[in-house]
Design a protein around this ligand. Sequence first.
Ligand code: GRF
Length: 215
Amino acid sequence: MRLAVLISGAGSNMVAIARACRAGQIPAEIAVVIADRPDAGGILRARELGLHVALVDRGRFRHEGRLDRVAFEAALEEPLRQHQAELLILAGFMSVLSAQFVARHAGRILNIHPSLLPLYPGLDTHARALAAGERLHGASVHFVTAELDGGPLILQSRVPVLPEDDVGSLSARVHAQEHIIYPMTISWLASRRLQWNGGSPTLDGLPLEAPVQHG
Ligand code: GRF
């Protein structure tokens, strides 16, 4: 299975996925890493790993403050086609994909989100969980649909929120779990244990009515 990993930032999930592929824990390989901004730290890390990197600079598709989403997404399709990507793995990818783009790749896009969805979709999840006084927080992997952070949930990991936590310590604890549950989910999909099934996903043939809880 050929993966495209899409990043905007540091790329630590991308590195975890690359290592899991190379260790044989995921029956797949990263065919290409696509970054939507030239200063994404993950670009360097991907190159160090010897991975193909494609830069589709979102800034170049912005005219008078407005993103030409059709042109941007057409440009994203280029490296996907060139590297024959079969699964799209959003790993800290900050561009919102249109319903049309998602429909073209239905059931073949995964995202990881740093909260226990459906709690805290969107940005600043750690700060919001701390401000709300949550005792539990975590990360979720889900199929991507047109609804932001709203597609069917697959796997979650919970972490405690400690009294002394700040955004840095909490996000580090969540990140460590992300590096476990994202490779795990991709391995399920790549080995076809996990099936999209037209939007009603199954795992080992059984409906995924609620996300699997890790640990
Ligand atoms: C992760 O917290 C992920 O859940 C979110 O963006 C962050 C990406 O981190 N979608 P990294 O770039 O993989 O280190």
